[in-house]
Write a protein that binds this ligand. Structure first.
Ligand code: WT7
Length: 650
């Protein structure tokens, strides 16, 4: 390697220094290759089990897997108590930084254990038992993490709902899971100002008979509506509870949590994860991909606990490894664009894991901002959520990493539970924009329509793309969709049913060294700044408006957010010509039904939608229009002339 400039350099090997002390060496691949199940057996034994498992994998009822059969363990014990028992109770678990500058808390592992035990006792007093569901609708406050761990400790499933979701979205999730309890806050800080969250909860729980209580953390002190008997303050209920609580061991396949995610229909799916396999792979990947040294590292994952990244790489991965981490409540530009860099400097962050869309924001804000701060503690950078464009990758490496730190581009999904494809930072010679290869113990392939594996490419860009499949079960795989086993089979396991492979929904191609380049979703799921939103969900919100007769939504390429939502709507004749503000109203409707993050970038009022003879909307053609391209094949359209009218509306 003679070329060392990050601008032109095409591959990035780890430095000798980094490699010399890396947790994972090349042997890990060999070991997993030799005996995959023995490899996972060994990884599982990094955890503390009450009863040992007798079999690593039972795949007899595929696609319903059982990992670590017969074993029992407690997830919260593994994430908290055992570190205290090992003498590390004084180690900081969480450096919490509130959105208002100066708001901060330091929580050691011993303190975290007390908090989790108190919350577990309080939840027990409220009548919750193993198998129940609790909805957690909270911003990034320490109590959110405590609440998740308290549920895990009791074998109660949590269903965390992103606090940016609307009351309608929360209600649908509470209803589907038949949650007994909602844990929330009075309000959350939004760019310096407190905004109520409790109002949305009241609206969501209205008429939901399963709900017995709403437990409210006092975060902002604002006035909120209160229902006596149902609503309880956290500081009155949890604070006085005992710090003594004996964790019960649960079966490896005991359900741990539900996390709702968008699929190709309008109804979100409750993705189910279980105990032993999920924790094994979360802990293993966190240790090896992020190369964490619990005694010295300060790790920061900028995700929100409302998404799977927050579950796996803020709660279960880092805490199972006994790491010190930063948890930040606010947005990156609050009070100004220096905030993340100040936090890195203040806590001496060594490992930073974020999303490409944020890297692109930093690029837009300019190099002067990071240049004002000492970022020299950083030694490893991570990326997740969407393909990272090579330009952003290089910028990240140069500006954050001083051309020194490895970058791990980690591919995975809510369904996979933890990282599947990623470099190992002390081993892999990385290429900007590629997630590289499956981790040791994981198997993935890119195949054509018939399931034939594609060939490695010759030159970047020339090789055909195919379907990304996972051809062997993995420990943290989803165990199903809540209440809908048929949908689970149909969604993930029918495309390559004959081979028994999981189809991830992504297109990908091989590079010339056999590395994987993920291209993005090829189904009707959009990826907006790393947020997963289905076209059907947005369409159903739009047609919910009285003025809309029909709607079609596509994701169009966007330089900043990866994809942007473009909607095409046909108005009812009653609404035509009437309201000038219909487009604003429709955007507000989507925010109310789903979330502000799902607001379309563009809404075009059109006279007609392009349809096939069977009545299917041709989204491919709408994407061409949205991206300003020449139209693709229009021969299957009933009326090819619709496009003149659609173009005229743009
Ligand atoms: C989809 C999963 C994984 C946690 C956050 C998103 C896309 C994710 C990458 C990456 C290319 C990526 C895929 C995937 N994706 N990471 N490193 N490179 N694409 O979880 O909401 O379940 O979305 O995000 O399209 O299918 P999710």
């Amino acid at each position: 390697m003679s070329d060392t400039s990050a601008v032109t350099q095409s591959t990035f090997p780890p430095s000798a220094d980094f490699a010399a002390s890396a947790n994972a060496t090349a042997d890990l691949y060999d070991e997993a290759e030799r005996d995959r199940l023995a490899f996972w057996d060994k990884q599982a034994k990094r955890l503390s089990w009450d009863a040992p498992f007798t079999e690593v994998l039972d795949w007899a009822e595929a696609p319903f897997a059982k990992w670590f059969v017969g074993g029992t363990l407690n997830v919260a014990y593994n994430c908290v108590d055992r570190h205290v028992e090992a003498g590390n109770g004084d180690r900081v678990a969480i450096h919490w930084e509130g959105e208002p500058v100066g708001d901060q808390r330091t929580i050691t592992y011993a303190e975290l254990k007390d908090e989790v035990c108190k919350a577990a006792n309080a939840l027990t007093d409220l009548g919750l038992v193993a198998g129940d569901r609790v909805a957690i609708y909270m911003p990034m406050v320490p109590e959110a993490i405590v609440a998740m761990l308290a549920c895990a400790r009791l074998g109660v499933m949590h269903s965390v709902v992103f606090a940016g979701f609307s009351a309608t979205a929360l209600k649908a999730r509470i209803n589907d899971a038949e949650a007994k309890l909602v844990i929330t806050v009075d309000g959350q800080y939004r760019r310096g100002k407190p905004a109520s969250l409790k109002d949305a909860v009241d609206e969501a729980v209205d008429g939901e008979d399963s709900i017995e209580h709403v437990l409210v953390v006092r975060r902002t002190g604002i006035d909120i509506p209160w229902t006596e008997g149902r609503d309880l303050w956290w500081d009155e209920t949890v604070a006085g509870a005992s710090t003594e609580h004996s964790p019960e061991a649960f079966d490896a396949e005991h359900p741990l949590f539900l996390l709702y995610t968008s699929g190709t229909t309008g109804k979100p799916k409750g993705i189910m994860h279980t105990t032993g396999g999920y924790l094994t792979q979360s802990s293993y990947t966190h240790f090896n991909v992020f190369d964490v040294k619990p005694e010295t590292d300060v790790y920061w994952c900028t995700a929100d606990i409302g998404w799977v990244t927050g579950h796996t790489y803020i709660v279960y991965g880092p805490l199972s490894n006994g790491v010190t981490q930063v948890v930040y409540e606010g947005t990156p530009a609050s009070p100004d664009e220096h905030r993340h860099f100040q936090i890195i400097e203040k806590y001496g962050v060594t490992i930073y894991y974020t999303a490409p869309t944020l890297v692109r924001s930093f690029m837009k804000w300019g190099r002067q901002i990071p240049a004002d701060h000492d970022l020299s503690t950083l030694r490893l950078l991570g990326s997740v959520g969407e393909p990272i464009n090579p330009e952003a990758w290089r910028w990240y490496r140069t500006v954050f990493g001083a051309d020194r730190t490895p970058i791990v581009d980690t591919w995975w999904q809510t369904e996979t539970g933890s990282i599947m494809i990623s470099p190992l930072p002390g081993v892999t010679e990385t290429k900007p924009g590629s997630a590289m290869t499956p981790l040791p113990g994981i198997s993935a392939k890119i195949v054509d329509d018939d399931g034939n594996q594609l060939e490695p490419g010759t030159e970047h860009g020339e090789q055909p793309s195919g379907y990304l499949v996972l051809d062997k079960p993995w420990p943290s795989m989803l165990r199903g969709i809540w209440g809908d086993p048929e949908r689970f089979k149909e969604t993930y396991w029918t495309r390559f049913a004959e081979q028994g492979w999981y189809f991830a929904g992504d297109g990908a191609r091989y590079g010339k060294d056999g590395e994987i380049w993920v291209l993005g979703r090829i189904d009707d799921v959009m990826n907006i700044s790393g947020h997963r939103i289905s076209t059907a969900e947005v369409e159903s919100a739009l047609v919910g408006h009285y003025g809309v007769a029909e709607a079609a939504v596509v994701g169009a390429t966007d330089d900043h957010t990866g994809q942007a939502i473009c909607a095409f709507v046909i108005l009812k004749s009653s609404a035509k010509g009437g309201d000038e503000n219909i487009v604003d109203e429709l955007r507000a409707e989507v925010a109310k039904e789903i979330s502000p993050i799902a607001k379309p970038r563009e809404i075009h009022v059109v006279p007609e939608l392009p349809k096939t003879r069977s009545g299917k909307i041709m989204r491919r053609l709408l994407r061409d229009v949205a991206e300003g391209r020449e139209l693709g094949d229009t021969s299957t359209l009933v009326d090819p002339s619709v496009f003149e009218a659609i173009r005229a509306s743009k």
